[in-house]
Ligand binder design. Structure first.
Ligand code: MG
Length: 378
């Protein structure tokens, strides 16, 4: 890098990450010990950039500012479109820099080398757009008919994309809130400039879907199983998965006797190699008398997070002769997903009877069995 280059960076983290199926923005997903946003910010700091703006959405602002606290980093709020978010980032950077690196927060595997190559190109030629030669054969399709596009010269474009600050700022000012541009290079080109290639890296992938999270992140899956039975008695509420089910009887126990949540907690703890709920929350301790099992589930999730695991999915079955549970399954899944902090698509619950056989079939009790899959955050 030439000595006159004064480099700033805008890292766009304002997306919602809905396609990952996570209940939180994917930039807050943990890779090993650190979240995506910490990983990517650390790489920019390692690349020697001392003026970094993270563009975040309002709901993530507090947690990101706690995670990434560094004198080189400041936060600004995103806009309604990616173009607005980048523009806000450029404004927040101010006129202190003459070169700006723009990067997607969802590309945590960028290296200082790729950033340096992008900056070098921008210093020399005005821009440096990270891209890699296209491996897949790309075709143009119209009305179901394919036309070949020669692969020679085709590149898959990534970020970082680096520009002269004044030029990219002018280009963004010209497009306003127009959201039809897919990347910064297109905005730059639209303003009459020539985007210039700098070599990216095949490992510099963008996390878009849930599959990407498990494909690209070091994950080791662990299975767990949990089982529980409680007696049905009169004069108690029937609570399953934190949801009160209208019925003439309820489950008896030291806590609220939420048999489904108990089975799920044991499945989670078992997968993580931790002691079961009988050990963690003994019925000899009056503190747990009548306690909501959802409170215990929140505590279990802290243990799971401390042990560096995250939930891939949970599958559970409630075994009850009565009452009919089908109308309540949806709210039970919702309640559990909220407590566990994952999308409801990752929690499934079914219900069955025992055809009036045995202690369940006679209506003396309700049982639940749960399996879970955790991924180890290495
Ligand atoms: Mg129990």
């Amino acid at each position: 890098m030439k000595s006159e280059a004064n480099v700033g960076a805008v890292i766009v983290c304002a997306g919602k990450g809905e396609r990952t199926g996570l209940a939180y923005n994917k930039i807050l997903h943990r890779i090993g010990q650190r979240t995506v946003v910490e990983t990517v910010t650390d790489t920019f700091i390692a690349a020697g950039i001392t003026n970094i703006v993270l563009v975040v959405s309002d709901p993530d602002r507090a947690v990101v500012s706690e995670l990434v606290s560094h004198p080189s980093v400041k936060l600004c709020l995103g806009g309604n479109t990616r173009a607005e978010s980048v523009k806000n980032g450029l404004d927040a950077l101010g006129g202190d820099c003459n070169i700006v690196v723009i990067h997607d927060g969802a590309r945590p595997f960028v290296t200082p080398e790729v950033i340096a190559a992008s900056i070098k190109s921008a210093v020399e030629f005005g821009s440096g757009i990270a891209a890699v030669p296209s491996i897949d054969t790309v075709k143009r399709v119209k009305n179901g008919v394919m036309t070949a596009i020669p692969r020679a010269g085709l590149y898959n474009v990534q970020t970082p994309q680096t520009f002269r600050y004044s030029e990219i700022l002018a280009a963004y000012e010209a497009v306003g809130a127009d959201n039809s541009f897919t990347d910064d290079a297109e905005v730059y080109e639209h303003a009459g400039f020539l985007p210039r290639l700098s070599l990216g890296d095949n490992a510099n992938v963008k996390i878009t879907t849930a599959a990407d999270l498990y494909k690209v992140l070091p994950a080791d899956a662990r299975i767990g199983v949990g089982f529980d039975v409680h007696r049905l008695v009169e004069g108690r509420k029937l609570i399953l998965g934190g949801v009160e089910i209208p019925y003439i009887k309820g489950l008896d126990g030291h806590s609220d006797a939420d048999v489904l949540t108990h089975a799920i907690m044991d499945a989670l703890l078992s997968a993580a190699g931790l002691p079961d709920i009988g050990v963690l929350y003994p019925d000899t301790n009056d503190f747990f008398l009548g306690i909501s099992s959802m409170k215990l589930l929140s505590d279990v999730m802290k243990h799971i997070a401390d042990a560096k695991f995250s939930v891939i999915n949970i599958s559970a079955v409630i075994i009850a002769q009565e009452p009919k549970l089908a109308p309540h399954i949806s709210s039970i899944r919702e309640s559990l997903a909220r407590a566990i902090g994952v999308d409801r698509s990752r929690i499934n619950v079914s219900a069955t009877t025992t055809e009036r056989l045995g202690i369940i079939g006679s209506g003396d009790g309700i049982a639940a069995e749960a399996y879970c899959l955790l991924s180890e955050n290495l």
